[in-house]
Design a protein around this ligand. Sequence first.
Ligand code: SF4
Length: 180
Amino acid sequence: MAKPKISTDWMAGCSGCHMSLLDIDERIIKIAELVDIRATPITDLKEPDESGVTVGILEGAVNNTANEEVAQRMRQRCKVLVALGDCAVFGGVPAMRNFFSMDEALRRAYVETESTDSEGKIPTDPELAVPTQTRALNEVVPVDVFVPGCPPDPDVIFYVLSELAMGRKPELKDDLLHWH
Ligand code: SF4
């Protein structure tokens, strides 16, 4: 039987969920034997190949047009999409920005904050992603598996990856759901 192909990526957040994934330590070898890891931000292979990825794992909230593209690309290419961590599950810390108007948030970020890059101006480069309201992943694309936590516990991530590697849908029982 062909191994499931897994791709991971991150959007708006702190990358702590991927660090928690690495905290499953030597058990990652067991996972690596069961799956074919196609792309991760850590390996810097940004593009999952086109041949059909079984499981896509996305960390972080959607808060600009570049994040939207990542979410839609992962959804198109992956049979199972996993929202990893509170930011992906319900918006988490990045969603605090939604309490402010976009103009105010940009002004605070670029004008009222010391910055060596922006020279006190809001960037207008058309190459840059356009900020949007911060949204949970399932507000942008359908999600199959939600793994809450900030970050999710490594034991929970290991359980979820093990189940997905075996072709099963993980059922997160109450004793696995705890927040830090
Ligand atoms: Fe970072 Fe927590 Fe968001 Fe994960 S859920 S990206 S650890 S802030």
